[in-house]
Design a protein around this ligand. Sequence first.
Ligand SMILES: [Zn+2]
Ligand SMILES: [Zn+2]
Length: 304
Amino acid sequence: MTTTLLQPGEIEAAAGSIPELLLPPADVFLSRARRLEQLAEGHTLGDYLRFVAGLARAQQESRDAGPAAELPAPERLAQCLEHQMPPLAPAGLARPDGWHETARDLARTVQPGLPQAGQAALQRILDKPDAWLDEQATRLFEGDMQHLDAASAPVIGAALQVHWVHLARQLDPAQVARPEHPNLCPVCGSHPVSSVVRIGGAESGLRYLHCALCSSEWHVVRAKCSNCDNTRGIAYYHLEGDATVVRAESCPECRTYLKTVHQDKDPLADPVADDLASLTLDLLMDETGYAKSGINWYLIQGRL
Ligand SMILES: [Zn+2]
Ligand SMILES: [Zn+2]
């Protein structure tokens, strides 16, 4: 009789059915804001984290107000399911009604607390025509960071997140297919920010990738590169003295890394807030020769 060692993913699969897709909760922006406020205390990036916390609170208010949002027609949803396509991919949808106004509302709310350069950047959102905002949105969706107005992008991205979270919450997980490429969100096809090991409920101990646009989360086994599916030689990095709440999972095959945020080490850890607050780890990984496979729209930097 031979004994076969199970890989982490196989152990998870053997344990029974697991939720493959977690659609965003109603208070996703509020949780993010609270965590950012907590992380800002005594942090070298404290001012920026507090700015993003204010932006996330404004996003929550905007989402709670119920932005206009219309899901694709049932036939289109069925077609996406059949062909394993993300139903809310920006390329296949019209821009949501009212998104320009959401961007301007968010800009007006967070502008007063900013230094002059930041205020000037957000003034562009208030002054430029809708067509300029649409163009910036397209660049953000297409990952064209070179031609993006990086200073105003966090607020433009935040407005798009409000509408996409609102749309995603109207879906049922059964309407969404497991994607062909697990490195992209099955709901909207965007890149992940980071991944999170969740606690509590059926998803306890499982690793989920968190979408940069719609905040949906999809299951990808631990110790596996989400960028190229490789499982060999995966290594972990964290900052010295850190409680290992945030670790970078690196792949020797494609030379990329994705952070994992551990709620099992800190139950309040958040895949977006903790990613922003661990920028020093990104610098370390960059020096070590790894490219970041995740993207955080609150802080646009070089990516794949
Ligand atoms: Zn998504
Ligand atoms: Zn890889």
